[in-house]
Write a protein that binds this ligand. Structure first.
Ligand code: ZN
Length: 152
């Protein structure tokens, strides 16, 4: 597995509206997107910092992982994400080496990425995400298997 860089750092917040102004106005970071990741029950504000991003994470429902995190630990550093070329291959390798995974299969993340989480037990206590940025959407292989030139 090749880790290219720190993709982003996730910070759990109670309310985006209360926290976005600090990052945008005081630190002067560029807010590049705000979006909801429905299956994770989270709304994300994404800031650009050089080649890396800061993601503020607000829960959208009380049973989401971020809501439970806030309940247990309060707002703060939630996870660290590394950019990798291929999340599927990286997961396979970690699994073979006995690392504890949260996701055994890649899933859709914010900003069009394909992601998977590694358990803090294997990483020194830090929830760690592997992030394949600009991945093609996770769709059935049938819909992207052929290119127009293939139709003969
Ligand atoms: Zn993330």
């Amino acid at each position: 597995m090749t880790v290219r860089k720190v993709s982003h750092i996730g910070i759990a917040v109670e309310r985006l509206a209360a926290q976005v102004p600090f990052y945008r106005d005081e630190l002067g970071l560029t807010l590049i997107a705000e979006e909801e990741v429905a299956d994770q029950g989270v709304r994300v504000a994404i800031f650009e910092v050089g080649d890396t991003r800061i993601e503020l994470l607000e829960p959208t429902r009380p049973d989401s992982p971020i809501a439970r995190f806030l309940e247990r630990r309060g707002p703060g550093l939630h996870h660290l994400a590394y950019a990798v070329d291929d999340v599927g291959t990286a997961l396979q390798r970690l699994q073979q080496h006995g690392c504890r995974l949260i996701d055994e299969q890649p899933r859709a993340g914010a900003h069009g990425a394909r992601i998977a989480f590694v358990h803090p037990q294997s990483t020194g206590g830090v929830l760690t995400e592997l992030c394949q940025e600009h991945a093609t959407p996770l769709v059935s292989s049938a819909s992207c298997a052929t290119t127009p030139g293939d139709r003969s």
